[in-house]
Design a protein around this ligand. Structure first.
Ligand code: ADP
Ligand code: MG
Length: 649
């Protein structure tokens, strides 16, 4: 319902906080507000152009879409007007008074970290509010294309806004008037605005005119020719970068720019950018792409399915000469021409990324650092392109903790008799690298991939292998290590091992004690310094992986682990010979439970019965300080006495 009277409303709490931050902290140079307002005006023109495809009457007697900027230095005023789609009263309230978007809270946090906020501002859809960085008051007069009445929204940005019927609104579209703050009155100067527009907005696909208040002459600053329609040879790198920043609302420099024209079965232009910096919503469950679709220079949508989800970080647009203009949502999903564009564009992008990786490894590393976990989604989603994706994937390994290792490097450096690509998976790089399961691999100088992105648990399960070598977890089944010779170091000495038959006796006793808690107990080749570890049974899933997968809602598999004992560890040697001698069965039982608990702890878990584990540990420590003679006893008492004294006093 439309009310006819003026009304004052409070901003949503988040908006108020955001405005406060905007004004007080974000930018060292607030120039960017102009880019945001021009981008909104251009969007409004493009939306109208699109709506007019089905409802030509909307364009009525004013078919030439444009943005007009009026500067008024005497009044310290800057006006940005468009004859686009406009906003109704409800839309003014909804769009400029609330934060109807997810990620607001995250954005505020990012803002508080200043630099991150600066880079993210456009992507959070808070573009309009940036006007308050330079203005004391902002007035928005708007006349929606299909509405009778026009409305005025105004605010000084301090917590409230007013909404009232507009007396002097554009015949169609929106006029944003900024009453500039004293320290920003420079933005009412023609020269300033001209410089900024030419710099930031030179290739907006809508013409931009400038005019001085009181004069009737317009001057064209931007002719509205789409940048992507120009030949490549006429576009400078700087123009590409500015265009990227404008369309993506970004501040970084693209790592890769891809401008191509396809001719043949169908004609289309792509202008795509791979950013360097990750946006805030990269892991949004909707996994929306951000490549815009145009048909013959007319904007159609900004979320057409042009690229697969694992390339959702790519920005830019595709402009088709052949698609129909009246594409509905459903048609977007099923149109075979679009499907062909998608296939060709995906392929081309992966090829270009590979070239970037080969020719500019440092730049590629930045892309990988920002988007690697997303690209890896393709390893299980897009089996057809798995090889191309493997060629782009970079790993941290036990020998290259800093990352940047390719599978091809890994395979080339495999040891004699090594038949698998070994990996360790876990939740953070430090913990993975500290895993006891790696000890036997280190002793044999075998490199292990360290996988610590959640997505790793998903692709590595389904990947069949690389260059004929299967992937194998270091915690899975028998380690296949016996065939690989131990490395010879200068200080190398072959550690003494318990007799195999003694270890077997110990293992049997331990299994008897632990019963159903483990599926087996056996001697290990994978340990060097730790006494024991847990591994998954042959054919069972990696234990860490199982944890990650079940946390992502794909139930665990519940296979019971195997406890492996290290025959060269002094404790296991002692226990083995005790076991084979018979006797000490109580102590061996204690040791069995403590070994299991400590192996669980090494896996980042809590012993399954913490109280019992703790009691046993304390009691074993007690025996370490058992009191054989009177003098020891006296010492012990004196410690106890002083502690007791403190507690009493
Ligand atoms: P974004 O542009 O990312 O959506 P903004 O804060 O810049 O976020 O703008 C919020 C919304 O206000 C826009 O999505 C749009 O619906 C509306 N809006 C802003 N400026 C205009 C305009 N000049 N014409 C029509 N609608 C506009
Ligand atoms: Mg905007």
């Amino acid at each position: 319902m439309t009310t006819e009277h003026a009304e004052t409303r409070a901003f949503e709490a988040d908006v108020a906080r955001l405005l406060h931050l905007m004004v007080h902290s974000v930018y060292s140079t607030p120039d960017v507000f102009l880019r945001e307002l021009v981008s909104n005006a251009a969007d409004a023109c493009e939306k109208l152009r699109q709506s007019a495809l089905v409802e030509p009457a909307l364009l009525a007697d004013d078919p030439t879409l444009k943005i007009t900027i009026t500067v008024d230095p005497d009044a310290q005023r800057l006006v940005i007007e468009d004859n686009g789609i406009g906003m109704s009263r409800e839309e003014l309230i909804e769009n400029l008074g609330t934060m109807a978007r997810s990620g607001t809270e995250k954005f505020r946090q990012a803002l508080e970290e200043k630099d991150a906020g600066k880079a993210l501002i456009g992507q959070f859809g808070v573009g309009f509010y940036s006007a308050f960085m330079v203005a004391n008051e902002v007035i928005v007069d708007s006349h929606a294309a299909d509405h009778e009445s026009a409305w005025r929204w105004r605010s000084d940005g301090s917590g409230e806004f007013q909404i009232e019927p507009a007396e002097d609104a554009p015949a169609r579209g929106t006029r944003v008037t900024l009453l500039l703050r004293e320290d920003h009155k420079d933005y009412a100067e023609e020269a300033t605005i001209e410089r900024l527009i030419r710099h930031h907005s030179a290739h907006v696909p809508v013409p931009i005119l400038i005019r001085k208040a009181g004069e009737s002459d317009d001057r064209e600053l931007v002719d509205g020719t789409a940048l992507w329609a120009k030949p490549k040879s006429e576009i400078t790198e700087e123009e590409y970068t500015e265009f990227y920043r404008f369309t993506a609302g970004a501040f970084d420099t693209p790592a890769l720019t891809l401008h191509t024209r396809a001719e043949g079965r169908q004609e289309y232009t792509t202008l795509l950018f791979v950013p360097e910096m990750a946006p805030f919503d990269l892991f949004d469950p909707e996994r929306k792409g951000r490549v815009k679709l145009y048909v013959r220079r007319i904007f159609i949508t900004d979320d057409a399915p042009i690229l697969p989800g694992y390339l959702r970080f790519v920005r830019g647009l595709v402009d088709s000469e052949d698609l129909p203009l009246n594409l509905s949502r459903e048609m977007l999903q099923t149109n075979p021409m679009l499907a062909q564009i998608r296939t060709a564009t995906t392929k081309r992008l992966l090829t270009e990324l590979k070239k970037l990786a080969d020719n500019k490894p440092e730049t590629y590393q930045k892309v990988w650092d920002s988007f690697g976990p997303v690209l890896k989604e393709g390893l299980y989603e897009d089996a057809e392109r798995r090889d191309e994706l493997f060629a782009l994937t970079r790993f941290a390994t036990t020998k290259h903790r800093e990352g940047g290792r390719t599978l091809a490097d890994y395979v080339a450096a495999m040891k004699e008799n090594q038949t698998a690509i070994f990996y360790a998976v876990g939740e953070n790089p430090e913990r993975v690298a500290a895993s006891p399961h790696l000890e036997g691999f280190a002793a044999r100088d075998v490199e292990v991939l360290l996988l610590s992105d959640p997505v790793d648990a998903f692709w590595v399960r389904t990947a069949l292998g690389f260059e004929g070598k299967p992937f194998k977890s270091v915690t899975q089944g028998s380690a296949d290590l016996d065939a690989i010779a131990k490395a010879k170091h200068d200080d190398h000495h072959v550690p003494e091992e318990a007799k195999a038959s003694d270890v077997a006796t110990l293992a049997a006793l331990v299994k008897q004690t632990l019963g159903e808690r483990v599926s087996d107990v056996r001697a290990s080749a994978r340990l060097a310094t730790s006494a024991a570890c847990l591994v998954a049974p042959e054919g069972g899933y990696d234990r860490q992986m199982e944890k990650i997968v079940s946390r992502h809602g794909q139930g665990g598999f519940g296979a019971k682990p195997i406890l492996e004992l290290n025959p060269s560890h002094p404790l296991i040697r002692t226990l083995s010979s005790r076991a084979s001698e018979g006797g000490a069965s109580d102590r061996i039982a204690d040791a069995a439970w403590l070994l299991l608990g400590s192996a669980e702890i090494l896996d980042g878990e809590t012993p399954s019965d913490p109280a019992a584990f703790n009691q046993r540990l304390i009691s074993v420590m007690g025996t370490m300080f058992a009191v054989p003679g009177p003098s020891d006893h006296a010492d012990h008492m004196s410690v106890g006495d002083s502690a007791g004294g403190d507690a009493d006093g």
